[in-house]
Design a protein around this ligand. Structure first.
Ligand SMILES: NC(=O)c1ccc[n+]([C@@H]2O[C@H](COP(=O)([O-])OP(=O)(O)OC[C@H]3O[C@@H](n4cnc5c(N)ncnc54)[C@H](OP(=O)(O)O)[C@@H]3O)[C@@H](O)[C@H]2O)c1
Length: 244
């Protein structure tokens, strides 16, 4: 491994992205974390003040190849070659397929799947130069256990798992591992439309009777990004409190 690790987290102002960035910054005093931000940046800015010199804002529109090139160039000129990519940014826009617009379909596929292709392709060059790299793709339980109303999101996240497994084979001898994580519901990031009653009902269905804390997902990402996780590649890990 090249030290210090240079880590890019997309969607780093969001619930999971922010928690993951904080987890790395607190536990690895050497690492540099590049916080991919698009519109909102308040939480990311808090980290840049708290960890001045090691946490950096990195403007990134994940659906745009040029934006990826600029982000990689910024990382290289600030601290060196990218070594860890966490494709975390994404969103859902739920609707029954019968009434789903093409904009809903394409938007979700672009941000959740096509952007992962762009990110992986851009990251491979610096990782191949180091003969070391870690790519962690945040998929979703919806990829494995697809609910009604999420044909676009479920297809995109299932695509992320396929991409992960295929790319892992292409990079297996280059020191680059590629894994996916499939979280169930995350505390603090539930669908805005859910009522208190719905939240209680979903918790009752979950054998652990609670949702994941963002730091519990971040801990698995942290392990996958380590040197110790060297034989784990092409995996899709379900983190759902035994929901399915
Ligand atoms: N929440 C859950 O229960 C759950 C469960 C399973 C999987 N996941 C997955 O986990 C990941 C993080 O989810 P979260 O709940 O933390 O989401 P969140 O709080 O809504 O954050 C999502 C982040 O993605 C960014 N983003 C979206 N589209 C983008 C684009 N085109 N370019 C650049 N940035 C973009 C957003 O930036 P802006 O500020 O610019 O909007 C935001 O920072 C997502 O991939 C999600 O699908 C979440």
């Amino acid at each position: 491994m090249t030290s210090p690790r240079r880590i890019l987290i997309t969607g780093a102002n969001g619930t999971l992205g922010h928690a993951t960035a904080q987890y790395f910054l607190e536990r690895d005093p050497e690492c540099h974390v590049f916080l991919g931000v698009r519109e909102r940046r308040d939480r990311a800015e808090t980290l840049t003040s708290q960890f001045a010199g090691r946490a950096h804002l990195c403007p990134l529109e994940i659906t745009d190849a040029e934006s990826w090139n600029s982000a990689i160039a910024q990382i290289e000129s600030t601290s060196g070659l990218l070594s860890v990519l966490i494709n975390n940014a994404g969103y859902h826009d739920d609707s029954l397929l019968a009434t789903m617009t093409q904009v809903q379909w394409s938007g979700v596929l672009d941000a959740n799947l096509n952007a992962v292709f762009l990110g992986c392709q851009t990251a491979l060059n610096p990782m191949m130069k180091q003969r070391w790299g870690r790519i962690i793709n945040i998929a979703s339980l919806s990829a494995l256990h697809s609910p009604a109303g999420q044909t676009n999101y479920a297809a995109a996240k299932a695509g992320v798992i396929g991409l992960t497994q295929s790319l892992a084979k292409e990079t297996a001898r280059l020191g680059i591992t590629v894994n996916a994580i499939c979280p169930g519901h995350i505390e603090g990031a539930l669908p805005a439309t859910w009522t208190e009653e719905q939240i209680k009902a979903v918790k009752r269905e979950t054998p652990m009777r609670r949702f994941a804390r963002p730091a519990e997902i971040a801990a698995v990402v942290f392990f996958l990004a380590s040197s110790e996780a060297s034989y784990m590649t092409g995996a899709a890990l379900k983190l759902d409190g035994a929901l399915v």
